[in-house]
Design a protein around this ligand. Structure first.
Ligand code: NAP
Ligand code: HSE
Length: 417
């Protein structure tokens, strides 16, 4: 029998315990051994729960328990989870985690420390087996590009906003459904997707970047005007995580993106996630499934537990020896190129358009299309640009923002075609 201890018995922890029990015969057959959760760790021992295993508030009763083979970390957070996982590894336990924030900061240290199996399938895209696909299934490929919807909460919010629903109300609903992080600003601010992108980029490119090193923007500024514009011009708005290799540079970014309606990724709605991976040998592959929620995540966590129970130990980030030949560098954020959509609210005066067009032109930005929406007492100007550099558009926006007839913060969304 393989005995596991679960640190964190919340949305995911409870679902893991329930599904281990529900599918125990099948899991035993696939793992070759019975798997049993024998202890859980929580913060509040008095909280009413829907599971029946002994609980404690002291994680060491799990990480240092001689009976336990696998420690499953499902508590969230960065430093406290790091302490728990490190303690488990130092006490020779195999580790399974769903914690992308932990891995975004400590994956390379943990890889060095882990002499026992360490798996983390649930940390990216919930129920989609993207880690195993990228690390194992695509291991023959140079990865040219990864592009994905990797936050279920944001995709759920953007999908519901298209129906005219209020942002705050939908976010609350995503929290009630167990999709959102304990602090949902990680979701809507783009940080959770960035954590996941960094994990994927480490497997694809062996690159050790931190969230602070990459471009991260969330969906907080998207409003109904943007959604209307997208509809009118044949786009969908999605929060994307993008990793691209050009020469010896890797570009990593997370931001709301306008994508053509015909693209497969545009059709991904609600809590579903989708990741496209382009390899030099295989071409484009695409992965789709539920990106958040207790059961979907438990499916991935249990697959890791089974993998370890079978006796497998995979190289954590997919490399048995260092990748010496191909030293790849992170592309500086200001050099990233994209097309942009701009939303500018102005007082309706003569010459407004000319002044804005001049600023764009002097910053090397050419306009692809334009739309004007009259509102109560002011006008919204909506532009789509041709490709330009991040530093050029940021400078132009700064200059436009200072014009006296611009009455609200200028908003922008990148266009990916
Ligand atoms: P959750 O519902 O908030 O559950 C967290 C659990 O951890 C709770 O049982 C909590 O105890 C316990 N906990 C938190 N801090 C603790 C501490 N310092 N000491 C002991 N116990 C502590 O979170 P969740 O949604 O299950 O997410 C868990 C992890 O999975 C996170 O890393 C998250 O990012 C990741 N994840 C979640 C999903 C999802 O859809 N929810 C999907 C993929 C990955 P109490 O119950 O006593 O408060
Ligand atoms: N909060 C995350 C999301 C959970 O909404 O995608 C899954 O990682």
């Amino acid at each position: 029998m393989v005995k596991i201890g679960i640190v964190g018995v919340g949305t995911v922890g409870e679902a893991v315990i329930k599904n281990l029990e529900k599918n125990k015969d099948l899991i035993k057959a696939r793992a070759g051994k019975e798997i049993k959760a024998i202890k859980g760790v929580v913060r509040d021992i008095n909280k009413k729960r829907d599971i029946d295993i002994p609980l404690t508030t002291d994680y060491k009763e799990v990480t240092r328990n001689p009976e336990i083979d696998i420690v499953v970390e499902l508590m969230g957070g960065v430093e406290s989870a790091y302490e728990v996982v490190k303690d488990a590894l130092l006490h020779n336990k195999a580790v399974v985690t769903a914690n992308k924030a932990l891995l975004a900061y400590h994956r390379f240290e943990l890889q060095k420390l882990a002499k026992t199996p360490f798996e983390y399938e649930a940390s990216v895209a919930g129920g989609i087996p993207i880690i195993k696909a990228l690390r194992d299934g695509l291991s023959a490929n140079h990865i040219l590009e990864i592009k994905g919807i990797i936050n279920g909460t944001c995709n759920y919010i953007l999908s519901e906003m298209k129906k005219g629903r209020d942002y705050k109300e939908v976010l609350k609903e995503a929290q009630q459904k167990g999709y959102a992080e304990a602090d949902p600003t990680f979701d809507v601010g783009g940080y959770d997707a960035a954590h996941k992108l960094l994990i994927l980029a480490s497997i694809a490119y062996n690159i050790d970047a931190k969230p602070e090193d990459i471009l991260i923007e969330g969906i907080e500024n998207i409003n109904l005007t943007d959604i209307e514009f997208a509809k009118e011009f044949g786009y969908e708005i999605k929060l994307l995580g993008i990793a691209k290799k050009t020469g010896s540079e890797i570009e990593l970014r997370v931001h709301p993106t306008l994508i053509r309606k015909e693209e497969m990724i545009s059709k991904v709605e609600g809590v579903m996630n989708a990741v496209s991976v382009i390899g030099d040998v295989v071409g484009e592959t695409m992965y789709y499934g539920p990106g958040a929620g207790g059961d979907a995540t438990a499916s991935a966590v249990i697959s890791d537990i089974i993998e370890i129970a079978r006796g497998n130990k995979n190289p954590m980030l997919g490399y048995k020896i260092p990748l010496e030949l191909e030293k790849l560098n992170l592309k500086p954020t200001e050099e990233i190129k994209s097309k942009y959509y701009l939303r500018i609210a102005v007082n309706d005066k003569l010459g407004v358009l000319e002044k804005i067009a001049n600023i764009l032109a002097t910053n090397n930005i050419s306009i692809e299309s334009f739309l004007q929406k009259p509102r109560n007492g002011y006008v919204k100007l909506l532009f789509a640009t041709h490709i330009c550099k991040e530093k050029e558009i940021k400078k132009a926006i700064d200059e436009i923002q200072k014009l006296d007839f611009v009455i609200k913060p200028v908003n922008y969304i990148r266009i990916e075609e």
